[in-house]
Design a protein around this ligand. Structure first.
Ligand code: NAD
Ligand code: AKB
Length: 315
């Protein structure tokens, strides 16, 4: 029998794109989208959607039963910047949502789980260049602490209860289809919209802040490649480092100026600068390469070309 997938957090930056890709692969009726708020028109109209607050475990069980769900992609979370503003909700949502889903795996109600981690698991004492898979991890944000704890729980449930849970430490994601949801890397999406609409952008990170990033088509492909890999190839059950492209605000501004020569960039650091300063600048993803064949396709200039041509059409 074909699997039925539940995506929780289908209205967000990743969910908006991942749902459509999974519907293409599994068939529209085998992908149930869900979120606390409505998703994009495309998502709402192409297959089933259920309103779900993931804190409500009874409602989660009802949806899983109703649709005979066998796989869950858990995307609902508070991201780094938003979680710093509401630490209680950040911790409760990020941890309780994961424990509700891991328990479905432990009870053998579902057979496969995807849960994303983040480069936010690293902290100021982590080596920042080509950050290894295994290294010092002392995150100093509530978001990073919740992702690190989540990784430990995933590995624990795999080792103790045989739960097939898989995870990627995404870098900052850049895409044109949906707005980002309150992260420190959001500037790298906003900059394109502001460049096309107003010809200028004020960055909340300083010009020199290098961060690991990834273009959304690469991120969606990494997610699906990991989830489709034979179980024995998935040797890391905490979360995999993956690398896309690293750049700083002044470099992305220069790329945009190739397309829009009059574009002006200015800088005004805010509280997100300290978060960015604690994160790696580049990531060593050799385990993901060796175990399940990961390789990113987009560099900064290919990503910028694609973002600008799609957004020009959108506006
Ligand atoms: P997002 O903020 O864009 O989307 C999250 C979605 O979760 C939103 O649509 C929101 O409505 C929904 N949600 C919030 N509370 C909920 C609740 N109680 N019940 C159900 N739904 C709820 O986030 P995203 O960028 O799509 O990220 C998805 C996952 O990937 C998160 O775990 C995030 O930490 C991780 N991640 C994202 C990035 C990135 O750059 N986007 C990088 C690293 C990791
Ligand atoms: C954020 O900035 O919070 C996210 C992430 C890297 O986890 N984009």
């Amino acid at each position: 029998m074909k699997d039925t997938i539940l995506v929780i957090g289908s209205s967000g930056q990743i969910g908006t794109e991942l749902v459509m890709k999974l519907r293409e692969m599994y068939g529209n009726n085998h992908l149930v989208a869900s979120d606390i708020r409505p998703s994009s028109l495309e998502v709402m109209q192409s297959g089933p959607f259920e309103e779900l607050d993931i804190m409500n475990e009874a409602r989660l069980h009802e949806i899983v039963k109703k649709h005979n769900v066998t796989q869950v992609y858990l995307l609902a979370a508070l991201l780094s910047a938003t979680a710093e503003k509401n630490i209680e909700l950040g911790w409760n949502l990020n941890m309780r949502s994961l424990s509700h889903i891991l328990d479905l795996g432990r009870e053998k109600i579902i057979k496969k789980i995807y849960w994303p981690s983040s480069i936010a698991v690293f902290g100021p004492t982590t080596p920042q260049l080509m950050t290894p898979q295994y290294t010092i991890m002392e995150p100093n944000t509530v978001y990073g602490i919740s992702k690190q704890a989540g990784e430990r729980w995933c590995e624990y449930y795999f080792n103790k209860f045989g739960v097939d849970v898989r995870s990627i430490r995404y870098p900052g994601l850049v895409g044109w289809k949906a707005s980002p949801g309150g992260g420190t890397t959001d500037y790298a999406v906003h900059i394109f919209h502001e460049a096309l609409k107003h010809g200028k952008y004020e960055s909340f990170l300083n010009a020199n802040t290098t961060l690991p990033m990834m273009y959304m088509p690469d991120a969606i492909r990494a997610t699906i490649e990991l989830m489709e890999a034979p179980a024995e190839q998935v040797k890391i059950r905490s979360s995999y480092n993956v690398s896309g492209v690293s750049f700083k605000p002044e470099e992305i501004a220069a790329e945009i100026q190739r397309h829009l020569p009059a574009f002006e960039m200015s800088y005004q650091e805010d509280y997100r600068q300290a978060i960015a300063n604690s994160w790696p600048k580049s990531i060593d993803d050799s385990n993901a390469q060796e175990h399940w064949g990961w390789k990113a396709e987009y560099d900064l200039s290919k990503m910028t070309d694609d973002m600008i041509s799609n957004l020009k059409e959108k506006y």
